[in-house]
Ligand binder design. Structure first.
Ligand SMILES: [Fe+2]
Length: 382
C-alpha cells in the first residue's frame, strides 16, 4: 500500500477555543483580515466571538464580508485584491465551507502574479501562501482539514477543486459553540455533507490506515448526533460531536478521497444553483445502494461501529441495514429523495453526464460507473 498523508498543522478544538484567536493570529503579525459571508456571522452573534479576541490582542483588524455561498473565481480575485490592499499579515476565515474555501484560495494565491482563473485551469503554483487561520462555523465541509478549495467558474459554469499541498490552514480553531445558532436546515445539509465525506472516504479506492480510522469514527459521531443537533439546536454535546465528526471526515477525504456522490453533486449543484450539502444528502442513499455489492463488508462494519446494527449481525445484512438507516435518516432530516426536486429534468441528463464523467471523484468511487449506468442512476433518481 502506498499513501501520502496531509495532516493539519495546528488544531485548537473545543468550546471556547475562539478566545485563543488573538494570541494565534498575533504570531503572524499585527494586520489581520477577517473574512466572512455577507450576513450569517453577524446574525448569529458569532462576529463578536471571533472579533473580540483580536481587538483584545491589539491587532489591527480589517473586515471583508462579501463571500457568497458557493464562491466563484471572481469572489477569490476580489478577496485577494482586498487582502493585498490592506497589506494583511494573516487572513482569518470565519464561516462555512464557502468562506473557508474562498479564503484558502485567496491566501494560497496571494503572492502569485497570474489571474485566479489561470490556476483553476492548471497553471503551476510556485509561491508560498499567506498564513491563514480557519474558523469553521458549520459542522460540514471539513475544509479546515483539507488542501482544496471548491470554486465555480461562472463563465464556463464549471465547479471543481483548486488545491495545493501547502494550503492546509496554519491554524484551525474548531469551536463547536459557533455552530449552536446554525439553522435546522443548515445543520441537516452541512451534517449530511460531512456524513457523505466520511462514508465516501471510507469506501473509496485510495484508503489507508489513517483514513480508515478517522472515517469510521466520523461516521459514528455524525450518525449518533446529527438528528439531535437538528432537533435540539442548542444541545452542546451533539454540537461538539458533530464538529468532531466533520473535522475527522475532512481529514479522511484529504487523505483518501470522495466518490460518485461528489462527482454528481458538483455537476448538479452548479447547474441548478443548489447548496452542496443538500445535493450530497439527496444523492447519498442511492449511491450507497449502487455501491453496496462492492463494499458490503465496509458498510456492514460502519453500521456496527455506528451502533445502528447490533454487533455480530451477518455482514451482508448489516450492510443493507446501514444503507437503509442512512436512507431513513436523510428523510427524517427533511431532504428530498428525488433529484427532480432539485430541478433536474429528464432532458438535462445527457449534459449532466458530460460534466460528471471527467470528474476525478468518479474515478475514486469503489464501483466503476459506465455511461449507461450513470444514465440509469440519474433516471432512477428523477
Ligand atoms: Fe462535500
Amino acid at each position: 500500500m502506498l499513501f501520502d498523508l496531509f495532516l493539519p498543522q495546528r488544531v485548537l478544538f473545543g468550546p471556547g477555543s475562539t478566545y485563543r484567536l488573538g494570541e494565534e493570529a498575533g504570531r503572524f503579525g499585527t494586520r489581520v483580515l477577517l473574512v466572512s459571508g455577507r450576513r450569517s456571522l453577524k446574525e448569529t452573534g458569532n462576529f463578536e466571538r471571533v472579533a473580540a479576541p483580536l481587538t483584545a490582542a491589539k491587532l489591527e483588524v480589517a473586515f471583508y464580508d462579501r463571500v457568497d455561498p458557493e464562491p466563484s473565481l471572481q469572489t477569490v480575485s476580489a478577496l485577494r485584491e482586498y487582502a493585498r490592499e490592506k497589506k494583511c499579515d494573516v487572513m482569518i476565515a470565519a464561516g462555512g465551507g464557502s468562506v473557508l474555501d474562498a479564503a484558502k484560495a485567496a491566501a494560497g494565491l496571494f503572492f502569485e502574479e497570474g489571474e485566479v482563473k489561470d490556476y483553476f485551469y492548471g497553471r503551476e503554483i510556485t509561491q508560498k501562501n499567506l498564513p491563514w487561520i480557519a474558523v469553521p462555523t458549520t459542522a460540514g465541509t471539513g475544509s479546515e482539514a483539507t488542501t482544496n478549495a471548491v470554486l465555480i467558474d461562472e463563465e464556463d459554469r464549471k465547479k471543481q477543486s483548486l488545491r495545493h499541498p501547502h494550503w492546509l490552514p496554519d491554524v484551525a480553531v474548531v469551536d463547536p459553540v459557533l455552530t449552536m445558532s446554525q439553522s435546522k436546515q443548515l445543520t441537516a445539509w452541512a451534517g449530511l455533507d460531512a456524513l457523505t465525506h466520511a462514508i465516501e472516504a471510507h469506501t473509496c479506492r485510495f484508503i489507508n490506515p489513517l483514513s480508515n480510522a478517522v472515517s469510521t469514527e466520523a461516521v459514528r459521531l455524525i450518525v449518533q448526533n446529527i438528528y439531535t443537533a437538528y432537533t435540539v439546536s442548542r444541545n452542546r454535546d451533539a454540537r461538539e460531536r458533530m464538529m468532531q465528526g466533520s473535522f475527522l471526515a475532512g481529514m479522511a477525504i484529504q487523505n483518501a478521497g470522495v466518490g460518485a456522490v461528489h462527482a454528481m453533486a458538483h455537476a448538479i449543484g452548479v447547474r441548478y444553483n443548489k447548496p452542496h450539502g443538500l445535493v450530497c444528502g439527496t444523492l447519498l442513499p442511492m449511491i450507497m445502494a449502487f455501491n453496496l455489492p462492492l463494499v458490503e463488508d465496509k458498510y456492514g462494519a460502519l453500521g456496527i461501529a455506528a451502533g445502528v446494527v447490533p454487533a455480530g449481525t451477518e455482514i451482508s445484512i448489516a450492510a443493507e441495514k446501514f444503507v437503509h438507516y442512512v436512507q431513513r435518516l436523510v428523510e427524517r432530516l427533511g431532504l428530498p429523495s428525488r433529484i427532480s426536486e432539485l430541478g433536474v429534468a429528464e432532458g438535462d441528463i445527457e449534459a449532466l453526464i458530460e460534466t460528471i464523467t471527467p470528474a476525478g471523484s468518479l474515478k475514486t468511487n469503489p464501483r466503476r460507473v459506465t455511461h449507461k449506468e450513470m444514465e440509469e442512476l440519474l433516471r432512477e433518481l428523477l
